[in-house]
Design a protein around this ligand. Structure first.
Ligand code: FHN
Length: 466
């Protein structure tokens, strides 16, 4: 065999060996690196006709629209660590960063541009009525001056201020309801937090899942911190728990009782676990149909919960407005998330979006706040419907996304006695006719708003939908 043939044969062997090792390496990484975190599947809520729950939820149901904020050590460099992308606010898990290393981020965390009044006024001008901010995410780091764990922003950072305190005060000043997010079943600082299947725990500092006892963490950290948040930070309108994981039914019940003892008006979401809570979480998705229990869609404005370096994929304001209307037409609330930077400011893309949403709500807010789900069984081809009903009758708000080209807006299921139809913006009266196809409203050639125009239909007496 010539030298050339021999070389060729060796080359084939070397290339094959390189291929096999690359595949092996890849499969190793796949096996060891935790799978991407998908939203938890939310357990259905226990049925409840508890008048106290209805009373707690009254303002929340009217509010319809709130701001979610993910802000923590992971914000410092846009979910990057040592120049590597951590993928999201879960970077400590995704990069398996040892606790001692991750805690060093606190040494430089100094959001010097943080201004609570500014955050609240941005939310308020966007038409949002409540705010929920991460008081402790899965990394276990408290964004408040916790007396039960010095792993917190006041004790461990050069910032030394308490953003939860400052935001609570700013919300009270500006008439915004204030709530806190708390990661319940994931805490990568505490040695006692097992998760379902283990792969969402801190297995790199605390590898033995069998040694972890949730109850110890529950007594040592959860109950004391929830007590602090409900005792030292003024009215907490919503306690937004996340990832209940291994919490027991008794522990969920104990938390609910503790919260209602300290602040009876505090609303609790379904991720307190085991079917407890006042409303159901629907993460990143809008249900196809109206739900019977109170519910809320929480959603990112771009593609990440926390500030992620380079993520400028902001949902256009039109999409946000259509989502808001769609959600309310199904009886839900919209909790829209912003991830502030490590400097303590909202990304400009988010601010611009929210400003445009607020301008639309300034004109059309009557059709949003205090409204309830559409009375119609069939979806409306041109948009959505929300409604208000009181002793005097029913008002329907027709949200027209696709303005009729022939000037005729048909509401197929509506056969009630119509008192009037008007444009919400400007009040122009519109002619109506009851036909075999339903109510036909004659509308002007031009849509009042390019995103969604509102037609107000007042009904005499009770609504008769087909
Ligand atoms: O893992 C978290 C995630 O970081 C984020 O906080 C969302 C918000 O609903 N909840 C969990 C994913 O379901």
């Amino acid at each position: 065999m010539s030298k050339f043939d021999l070389l060729k044969r060796w080359r084939v062997v070397l290339v094959a060996a390189a291929l096999v090792s690359a595949m092996w390496e890849g499969s190793l990484r796949a096996a060891t690196s935790p799978p991407e975190d998908k939203p938890d599947t939310d357990q259905p809520l226990q049925a409840s006709n508890d008048p106290a729950r209805a009373a707690r939820l009254a303002w929340w149901s009217d509010a319809r629209f709130g701001m979610f904020i993910h802000f923590g050590l992971y914000s410092q460099d846009g979910c990057f660590w040592n120049g590597k992308s951590g993928g999201s606010e879960q970077m400590m898990r995704h990069l398996q960063i040892p606790l001692a290393q991750y805690a060093k981020i606190a040494d430089v965390f100094n959001p010097s541009q943080f201004n609570a009044d500014q955050w609240v006024s941005i939310a308020k001008n966007a038409g949002m009525k409540y705010m929920v901010i991460t008081s402790k995410h899965h990394d276990g780091f408290a964004m408040f001056n916790s007396q039960s764990s010095d792993y917190n922003i006041v004790a461990r950072t050069p910032f030394k201020r308490d953003p939860i305190q400052e935001l609570s005060e700013a919300c009270q000043k500006q008439g915004m309801r204030f709530g806190v997010y708390y990661s319940l079943g994931r805490d990568w600082q505490d040695p006692d937090v097992p998760t379902k299947g283990g792969w969402r725990s801190n297995t790199w500092d605390y590898p033995d899942e069998s040694k972890k006892v949730f109850a110890r963490y529950f007594e040592r950290k959860v109950k004391p911190q929830i007590t602090e948040l409900l005792t030292h930070y003024g009215p907490i309108a919503v306690l937004w728990f996340d990832t209940p994981e291994e919490i027991s039914k008794a522990e969920s019940q104990e938390l609910v009782d503790l919260i209602h003892k300290l602040q009876p008006d505090c609303i609790i979401n379904s991720r307190v676990g085991n079917g407890f809570g006042d409303y159901l979480v629907s993460e990143q998705k809008i249900p196809d149909t109206a739900a019977v229990t109170p519910w809320e869609t929480c959603m990112t404005l771009n593609k990440h919960w926390a500030y992620y370096k380079g993520d400028e994929a902001w949902k256009p304001a039109g999409v946000v407005i259509h989502n808001l209307i769609d959600i309310i037409s199904k009886g839900g609330n919209y909790l829209l998330n912003v991830g502030p930077t490590g400097a303590g400011v909202f990304p400009q893309g988010a601010v611009a979006d929210l400003r445009q949403v607020g301008q639309w709500l300034k004109v059309n807010g009557e059709a949003i706040y205090g409204t309830t789900a559409s009375p119609f069984k069939q979806p409306l081809a041109w948009g959505r419907c929300t409604k208000k009903a009181d002793a005097t009758g029913t008002t329907l708000y027709l949200h027209v996304f696709d303005w009729p080209k022939d000037g005729k807006l048909t509401v197929p299921e509506l056969k009630s006695d119509v008192a009037s139809a008007t444009l919400l913006d400007g009040g122009a009266k519109l002619a109506t006719a009851s036909t075999a196809d339903g109510l036909v409203i004659t509308v002007p050639a031009q849509a009042p708003d390019k995103i969604s125009s509102t037609v107000v239909v007042k009904i005499n007496g009770t609504l008769a939908a087909r």
